[in-house]
Design a protein around this ligand. Sequence first.
Ligand code: SF4
Length: 357
Amino acid sequence: MQRKQTRVVNIGGVGIGGDNPVRVQSMCNTDTRDVPATLAQIDRLAEAGCEIVRLAVPDEAAAAVLADIRRQSPVPLIADIHFDHRLALAALDAGFDGLRINPGNIGDEAKVDAVVRAAKACGTPIRIGVNGGSLEKDLLRQYGGPTPEAMVESGLRHVRMLEARDFHDIKISLKTSSVLKTVAAYRLMSEQVDYPLHIGITEAGTLVRGAVKSSVGLGILLYEGIGDTMRVSLTHDPVAEIGVAYEILRSLGLRERGPEIISCPTCGRTEIGLIDLAEQVEAALRGVEEVFTVAVMGCVVNGPGEAKEADIGIAGGRDLGIIFRKGEVVRKVRGNANLLPEFMKEIEKFLEERRTD
Ligand code: SF4
């Protein structure tokens, strides 16, 4: 897999593009004006591995609290602004690390000048975000709808407005809720510019549907070397987006964070409540950053063999579970209620040994 070489932009110390890892970002769904709630969500996102968080800035009341939020945030922040250039200026004043704003939507040239001048002075990148649902009317007429070509043309219009002001700290996103259209749009854009691309499928849906659509769409793009930073959009707690994003990156061998948990699909030989056990193991390991493989298997006969690649695993039997490392049994545990606590102790032991190795 060869990643396309893009320019590097810097969002508050987090490099995007070039040889940097594909960055994982998300967006708060709190009311930005509610500072404690917004900060609490930023903290949860950061703990899950989110590297950059975007906040909506819908009005002056939201703009007024940005400095306070920025001061207390553990990760760089991007202000999402739709039309009002004063909100963009306020976000820059507040020390925000990035802007998401389309210069073509700001209004007259003087307002665009003001935002670009201020962003340049702060060294703050701007993301141009094209959304298939809100394309310019003339492009919809010209292309007969929100086609990938229309989206790319829209993005390039905004790009040219920034370039005309000698501003090149740019990222671009081209999102639709259609996987195939989104993939086609990013492919086209990637051929035309070397700005880093922020990839995502927008309005992807609820947890399962959204995760599948994002995995397919972003998976194709990343496999083709396209994409420098990503957001998995879900109609769900945004913290879940981070887990999905890292699983996509892990599946493609691009990045790893935290344990990989494999579990068998269960079958007629399953001897324990494996679905619950797998979910409990996953919950117990949430927040662990070390990279290792954990297996949760449904029977003692085939489990250790089927999961022999796992660093550590558990296989449940009728009132007798076994814990194994690389397929070799290391312990037997009596009583199903003891499986999870004993397994967690063994995982801690395994990690401790590895740390001191
Ligand atoms: Fe079935 Fe055992 Fe394989 Fe799980 S590990 S799928 S329970 S045979």
